[in-house]
Design a protein around this ligand. Structure first.
Ligand code: ATP
Ligand code: MG
Length: 284
């Protein structure tokens, strides 16, 4: 029995999808132009597909699970379950209009034409907002639609916003925040579910390790309790005596997001020789 996973063949999600599997200790021979391959050390088979097709393959049980953007999952609206956010492929689906337009709120879009490759998501958003707009589905090059008189507005994926800017557009509404997710079929048998649980255990350990750093520092003993008070730690920090008397070495784990603020306070409290080290895997 193998778990069949569908990932993007080439494009923005391919590299990070392969990397995540590798970080989970799964060795995949990535033969050039191979559409299907197996791992040598985990019962998993990988199918390389267009991202648009992944939800359908999972609904049809041709693949058991898949890595794909939430934007594609909601647009395709197939019978699949979203199991875990993967932390890469972050972007947003936004509405943009020409930079010269005066835009105050969504009511601007009343009676206007919006060009998009995401008609399902945009229609739902317009309904929720009570706006009656015409949705014009196109399959690419969405950004040029306003400039050539095809539409008044567009709805497209944005990460930095530089493509919009270059095309004389400004972002006015966020319709959806998206990242890559793991989806699964609703009909996994027990054995496949067990394999998925095993994979998920590893994925969570990898994600956690990315959000955390290991920190080591030297503290004068008279400042030890103040310094320990600043450190969260998985349970509590580890404290070891240094060879030099009156000093201790303190080890702990820090959230990446709290990192700079805590480092500053540690320095102020008298910590020295602070080392911050990446964590490869983190099991709690
Ligand atoms: P495919 O050939 O597989 O259909 P594609 O051209 O549809 O590829 P990509 O452009 O590779 O797709 O994007 C894949 C996914 O990457 C998107 O669906 C989205 O979830 C995510 N993504 C992240 N940032 C961006 C961005 N700036 N623009 C577009 N997609 C992004
Ligand atoms: Mg696609």
């Amino acid at each position: 029995m193998v778990l069949r996973i569908a990932i993007q063949k080439s494009g923005r999600l391919n590299e990070d999808s392969m990397k995540l599997l590798k970080e989970c200790g799964i060795d995949i021979a990535n033969g050039v132009n191979k559409l299907r391959t197996e791992a040598s050390n985990f019962p998993i088979e990988v199918y390389f597909l267009r991202d648009d097709d992944i939800p359908q393959y999972v609904e049809d049980e041709v693949a058991d699970i898949g890595f794909v953007g939430e934007n594609v999952v909601y647009e395709k609206n197939k019978k699949v379950e979203v199991v875990e956010q993967l932390g890469f492929g972050k972007c947003r689906l936004s509405i943009a209009v020409s930079r010269n337009e005066v835009y105050n709120d969504v009511s601007y879009l009343h009676g206007k034409r919006i060009a998009t490759t995401y008609p399902v998501i945009v229609r739902k958003f317009m309904e929720e907002q009570g706006v009656d707009a015409e949705i014009h589905e196109i399959s690419g090059s969405v950004e040029i639609a306003p400039g050539i008189g095809l539409a008044h507005a567009i709805c497209d994926l944005v990460s930095s916003g530089s493509t919009l800017f270059m095309n004389g557009l400004k972002e006015v509404e966020t319709v959806l925040k998206s990242q890559a997710v793991l989806i699964k079929s609703s009909h996994l048998n027990e054995e496949k579910q067990r394999l998925l649980d095993k994979l998920l255990f590893r994925i969570k350990a990898v994600k956690r390790s990315k959000n955390n750093k290991y920190i080591l520092l030297n503290a004068p003993n008279d400042k030890l309790s103040e310094i320990i008070g600043l450190l969260p730690g998985m349970k509590s920090p580890t404290v070891l005596p240094l060879a030099e008397s009156g000093w201790s070495s303190v080890h702990s784990v820090l959230k990446e997001s709290d990192f700079w603020e805590i480092i500053e306070k540690l320095k102020e409290a008298g910590a020295q020789g602070i080392l911050v080290v990446p964590i490869e895997k983190m099991i709690i």
